[in-house]
Write a protein that binds this ligand. Structure first.
Ligand SMILES: Nc1ncnc2c1ncn2[C@@H]1O[C@H](COP(=O)(O)OP(=O)(O)OP(=O)(O)O)[C@@H](O)[C@H]1O
Ligand SMILES: [Mg+2]
Length: 367
């Protein structure tokens, strides 16, 4: 079953009094954030569209989903929360989308406190849940129109916006077909379109490409990049695909057991890992001898042997590789093939958590 559509609550009778309290609260919390300063300074910009400070969340039975996470997302940025199953990514996004509350800490989205100004936050954001939220008995266009009505948008504007999104997200051929017959990729594009009907400033995408083949995944990101260029949208996404975070995100926070263990641009994160990986393919019978020889060479670290594949880390792969091959050759040990690899996000994850990145079985995005 799909998730319920996401829309802002109707304005309540508390109206004006509530609004005044929000303004007061906002001023007070501005001071709070400025005093702590850490997150702001890290960004070098007080205009963060998403500002998260020390969020904590524990579920019944003692599961700690978030153990104090802080980050800031700049306007127009694509920011990825990257982590394996159960890391706490969806919990973080659900708190920011006002769908659940944190036990401690605070967060502001588009200038509004998520706990105290939920209605304003909801008006400013689009939220695409991990599970698809489309009505399978309606067409793509009908789904978009319904979403626009839930936001109390005027009819002509909804129809115009629906046509625009159908075009932007390449749903043209399928827009007037029941979504029951959509492929996973088409349904996910429609989910994204639904999140954008009311022209939000910020889009939360929870695992937007899980279950999609690599081609549909890059097609969706191509559409989103085009959309961002047009509208200056800020995107916060979650993913457990290392390559997706690397390619699609301006900055990445690696989440492990409810904590952020590393944060930065993919290039910055990889630059923290000293040295290049060298991978050598050896003659099986000679592999253990080659490992011992390589491990004894100065400047070589982290030597591992798996079958006939030897991996090690050196400061400058391109300079060191010929020396390695010469040393092995002199000892009568052949190298069948050799490669130098710059550090990947995989290496970053291993470095910060002490264990390899295992995303587990991806969940399906729909039936
Ligand atoms: N409603 C809930 N009740 C109890 N525990 C929950 C609930 N929602 C999440 N959890 C637990 O909180 C932890 C974090 O879950 P969350 O869904 O935020 O992780 P995630 O990083 O989004 O994982 P995935 O990649 O599988 O979507 C997990 O241990 C999960 O089992
Ligand atoms: Mg999740």
């Amino acid at each position: 079953m799909g998730a319920a559509p996401f829309f802002p609550p109707a304005p309540g009778p508390r109206g004006e009094r509530h609004r005044r309290r929000e303004i007061w609260t906002r001023r007070r919390s501005d001071r709070g954030y400025a005093a702590r300063g850490e997150v702001m300074n890290a960004m070098g910009d007080a205009d963060a569209v998403v500002l998260v400070e020390e969020l904590r969340k524990r579920y019944p039975r003692g599961v700690i989903a978030l153990d104090g996470i802080s980050f800031a997302v700049a306007p127009g940025e694509t920011f990825a929360l990257l982590g394996p199953n159960g890391a706490g990514k969806s919990t973080a996004v659900r708190i920011l989308a006002t769908l659940t509350r944190a036990d401690a800490g605070r967060a502001r989205v588009a200038g509004h406190d998520v706990a105290r100004e939920a209605g304003r936050v909801r008006a400013a954001i689009g939220y695409v849940a991990q599970a698809t939220g489309t009505d399978k008995e309606a067409t793509g266009r009908e789904n978009l129109v319904l979403q626009g009505r839930l936001y109390h948008m005027p009819g002509p504007r909804i129809r115009e916006r629906a046509s625009q999104l159908i075009q932007w997200l390449d749903l043209g051929g399928a827009a007037d077909r029941l979504t029951r017959g959509y492929s996973g990729g088409m349904r996910r594009r429609l989910d994204v379109a639904m999140g954008l009907v009311h022209e939000p400033r910020v889009l939360f995408l929870d695992e937007p490409t899980t279950g999609l083949d690599p081609e549909s995944r890059s097609a969706l990101w191509r559409d989103l990049q085009r959309l961002k260029a047009r509208t200056g949208l800020t995107i916060l996404l979650t993913t457990h695909y290392l390559e997706e975070a690397d390619e699609a995100a301006d900055r990445v926070a690696i989440v492990d057991h409810g904590r952020i263990v590393a944060m930065g641009t993919p290039a910055e994160l990889k630059a923290q890992i000293r040295g290049d990986a060298v991978v050598l393919d050896l003659v099986p019978a000679q592999a253990p001898g080659a490992r011992d020889l390589v491990a004894a060479l100065p400047g070589v670290r982290d030597v591992t042997l798996e079958g006939r594949t030897l991996r090690c880390r050196v400061a400058e792969g391109a300079r060191m590789l010929p020396q390695l091959i010469t040393a092995l050759d002199r000892a009568g040990l052949s190298v069948l093939s050799a490669a130098v690899r710059r550090p990947s996000l995989d290496d970053v994850y291993l470095h910060h958590t002490g264990h390899a990145f295992l995303s587990g079985a991806p969940e399906a995005v729909g039936p």
